[in-house]
Design a protein around this ligand. Structure first.
Ligand code: NDP
Length: 291
């Protein structure tokens, strides 16, 4: 028989996770603040727990997917959880996750955290992956069950790491796509359609992750790890002046300038910090200093 699992939280993500466990033959108990959301899952074979305590009692493995970590405290405070392995896949800040681990350990249970790197329809699909952090032996113990949701990528013992990775990926994703949208708006002001621009944008974004001379994901990682940022023919000073032009271009197009201004300010602060002849990766010196 497959291992039993409890799912707490039946938003779009938790509901899909519970369905995926059921489809893979795991006896699945569910609990949600709004109990009616469990009805379709009960029709598919899930057991609805009447209380959080009943949900915790049903399985050693308890997967939580709620809006935030506050929801976990609101739901589980006061319920017996001794010996349970809580796998919280909700998003939160790293320190919030570390505090949550202490709270759970104080109740003689253990916490693994995860950052889900796909939207609900991706759960259980071949490309799905979830980044886990916390005690590795707990992940190993429940890997066969958790694997039905997606690849179980372990990123480290610090329980906050899963969501540090998650936030890092999300920032990369949002800022890249927002820059793309900004570029589209700029070109639209001169009658160029988004579809006309797309092949050029594709070329740039694809090249960044490839191995060629534009493969800046690798180049920057190597420079940052080596603590060395050679400017060569692309100095920070030249790029700061070009960033001035990017702000002017956005203003002339009559569009919002907040993105290019943030970039320009960062570039000039990097120049002012003495990195005018260094390369782009030297912006990390200013970023690391914090506000
Ligand atoms: P939702 O915000 O829709 O989750 C809602 C769930 O949280 C419901 O079960 C809701 O209960 C419960 N909840 C919220 N507040 C409380 C509370 N105070 N007490 C008890 N239960 C509460 O999010 P999703 O399902 O979309 O996502 C879940 C998590 O997964 C989030 O942290 C999200 O950031 C993360 N995630 C989501 C992705 C997505 O594309 N959806 C992608 C990657 C990660 P009720 O039904 O009673 O309101």
């Amino acid at each position: 028989m497959k291992a039993p699992v409890t799912v707490v939280g039946l938003g779009p993500m938790g509901r899909t996770m519970a369905e995926t466990f059921l489809k893979n033959g795991h006896p699945t108990t569910v609990w949600n603040r709004t109990a009616s959301k469990a009805t379709p899952l009960v029709e598919q074979g899930a057991t609805l727990a009447a209380t959080p305590a009943e949900a915790l009692a049903a399985s050693e493995l308890v997967v939580i997917s709620q809006t935030d970590y506050k929801a976990m405290y609101d739901s589980l405070d006061g319920a017996e959880m001794k010996g349970r392995v809580l796998v919280n896949l909700s998003s939160g800040s790293p320190d919030e996750l570390r505090r949550a681990a202490e709270w759970v350990e104080g109740k003689d249970a253990a916490l693994l955290t995860g950052g889900v790197m796909v939207p609900p329809p991706g759960i259980g699909q071949p490309d799905a992956y979830i980044m886990y952090s916390g005690p590795e032996e707990l992940l190993d113990r429940h890997r066969d069950t958790l694997r039905v949701l997606g690849d179980t990528t372990y990123v480290g013992a610090d329980v906050g790491l899963s969501n540090l990775y998650y936030q890092a990926q999300l920032y990369l994703f949002w800022s890249t796509l927002t820059a793309y949208i900004h570029s589209i708006a700029m070109l639209q002001s001169a009658g160029v359609s988004a579809e006309q621009f797309r092949p050029f944008a594709t070329e740039t974004v694809t090249a960044l992750g490839a191995d060629g001379p534009m493969g800046f994901l690798r180049i920057i990682a190597e420079e940052v790890d080596a603590g060395h940022s050679p400017g060569g023919e692309n100095s920070m000073l030249m790029m700061a002046i070009s960033a001035d032009h990017a702000v002017e271009a956005a203003a002339q197009a009559g569009i919002d300038t907040v993105g290019p201004r943030a970039l320009r300010d960062l570039f000039w602060r990097t120049v002012d910090a003495g990195h005018g002849s260094d390369g782009l990766s030297s912006v990390i010196e200013v970023i690391r200093k914090g506000a």
